[in-house]
Design a protein around this ligand. Structure first.
Ligand SMILES: C[C@H](O)[C@H](O)[C@H]1CNc2nc(N)[nH]c(=O)c2N1
Ligand SMILES: N[C@@H](Cc1ccccc1)C(=O)O
Ligand SMILES: [Fe+2]
Length: 291
């Protein structure tokens, strides 16, 4: 079904820092005030302000209401295990204790979005990148880049799940040995599973496991509504589907269950990448549609 997904690219007033070089390479819409990552002190402790802790509390309260009947059971079990604090942003070492005990993983504080090379290296070493800033209230429902709420509440619950953690590690190792172009295709596999994956063969049984959905209050609701185009997972199709990271997704792919992921990562992914390359990309569907 053609998605009725409307995108509104609106032109924001030029802000003082909009004259930075990146703005010149960006199309018309200006970036908002950039987020600044928080540096740990020499005990590895990050001091968050009352406002930042209040943002965490508001996000967690909102998702505590929306997630239970929308997220996969494996995710909910992992969320339980993490025992996240309700009123303040957790310290990374507290998350690491749970991850280490369940799957030997740990977090790695990063400034924000990191390069594919760094990203694959971290995953191959069983370390998950955690950007150490949190979104502002005006970005509460949806933020265009991963913040600490996304990394911890979106991704860490499933990283307590051994088979899921192995998927991430194997994926990281594949990426390490891949060429620049192969990495672009591998990124789509990651995108339509770990970031924005759905599971369940029928609409009635469908649940969310993608961290990029579960950390966004608005996308959590949207993902299981009738608006998005939800397709049955097919590795070649996924590798050929272009996506944009800065808006709600028009397309999702659904696997039957988490075990499907482990079949995928034990299949000949690089062979599928070469096949997808020879077939070329699908037309992007995120162009602005007239009403
Ligand atoms: C590779 C994957 O598709 C994705 O783009 C990566 C890139 N860099 C990242 N950097 C951070 N901090 N967090 C992430 O989730 C990702 N995801
Ligand atoms: N959109 C997600 C964050 C995110 C941005 C970009 C990539 C992945 C995740 C949220 O609002 O929580
Ligand atoms: Fe992510």
């Amino acid at each position: 079904m053609e998605s009725r997904h409307q995108t509104t690219a609106y032109i924001k007033p030029l802000s003082s820092n909009s004259l930075s070089t990146e703005a010149s390479t960006h199309h018309l819409t200006q970036k908002k005030q950039p987020y600044v990552s928080r540096q740990p002190d020499n005990h590895g402790h990050i001091h968050y302000s009352d406002d930042e802790n209040a943002m965490w509390q508001a996000l967690l309260e909102r998702q505590a209401k929306q997630i239970p009947n929308r997220a996969s059971s494996a995710y909910l079990e992992g969320l339980e295990k993490l025992k996240l604090p309700a009123t303040h942003i957790p310290q990374l070492q507290d998350i690491d204790e749970v991850l280490q005990a369940s799957t030997g993983w740990q977090t790695a504080a990063v400034p924000a979005l990191i390069s594919f090379g760094k990203f694959f290296k971290l995953l191959a070493d069983k370390r998950f990148p955690v950007a150490t800033f949190i979104r502002r209230f005006d970005d509460m429902d949806y933020i265009e880049e991963p913040d600490i709420f996304h990394e911890i509440v979106g991704h860490c619950p499933l990283l307590t799940h051994p088979a899921f953690a192995t998927f991430n590690e194997t994926y990281g190792k594949l990426g390490l040995n891949a060429t620049k172009q192969e990495r672009l295709y591998l990124a789509r596999l990651y995108w339509f599973t770990i970031e924005f994956g759905l599971m369940g063969a029928t609409k009635e049984t469908r649940k969310i496991y993608g961290g990029g959905i579960l950390s966004s209050p608005s996308e959590t609701i949207y993902a299981l509504s009738d608006d998005p185009d939800c397709r049955a997972f097919d590795l070649i199709d996924v590798l050929r589907t272009p996506y944009r990271i800065d808006q709600i997704q028009p397309i999702y792919y659904a696997i039957d269950d988490l075990d499907t992921l482990f079949d995928i990562v034990n299949s000949d992914i690089m062979g599928a990448v070469k096949k997808a390359m020879s077939l070329g990309l699908f037309e992007p569907t995120y162009a602005i549609k007239t009403a």
